[in-house]
Design a protein around this ligand. Structure first.
Ligand SMILES: Cc1cc2nc3c(=O)[nH]c(=O)nc-3n(C[C@H](O)[C@H](O)[C@H](O)COP(=O)(O)O)c2cc1C
Length: 143
């Protein structure tokens, strides 16, 4: 199965999660400036919330994804608000991409709040999320 990980991370929190996911999914974590192979069976897409929204660059990345991409799994870090899933999922679905119902979210350090996050527990949970996402898409493709 072809798996890829793309993330947008301004201060490194989401990148840490992306690296944990890629280690568990046996692929490399790359920033959204790197193109996605159209043959990808499962794309992990990660971002954060900045000033109550997701970054325009992440929106543009999603709208430029290959048309025939099959599945995506969403991960995000935020300091205060709920995860970015509800913001990222509809953009992927507009492209006709199936979005896994399971997401990964953890807190990310910002100024004086959420110090040390993501922590080792967060990253262990991210690895577990990645293994389960890969297993579910593998099972689905076997029909
Ligand atoms: C400019 C800026 C604006 C932010 N705005 C919000 C916000 O509106 N709500 C929130 O929960 N966190 C907010 N945060 C915190 C980030 O979502 C959090 O630190 C996240 O983990 C950052 O991920 P990154 O390190 O991958 O960029 C903001 C952070 C920055 C730098």
């Amino acid at each position: 199965m072809n798996t890829e990980v793309r993330y947008l991370s301004k201060s490194g929190n989401t990148k840490k999660v992306a690296e944990a996911i890629s280690a568990a999914a046996n692929c490399s974590a790359k920033p959204i400036t790197e193109n996605v192979n159209p043959d990808t069976d499962l794309l992990f897409v990660g971002g954060a919330v900045y000033a109550f929204g997701i970054d325009d660059e992440l929106k543009a990345f999603i709208s430029n994804l290959p048309a025939d991409l099959k599945n995506a799994a969403v991960f995000s870090t935020t300091a205060v608000v709920e995860s970015a899933y509800s913001r990222i999922k509809p953009l992927l679905e507009q492209k006709g991409i199936h979005v896994l119902s399971d997401e990964f979210h953890c807190r990310g350090a910002f100024k004086f709040v959420r110090k040390g996050r993501p922590n080792a527990d967060d990253l262990a949970r991210a690895e577990e999320f990645a293994r389960e996402a890969v297993a579910s898409v593998t099972q689905q493709s076997r029909g």
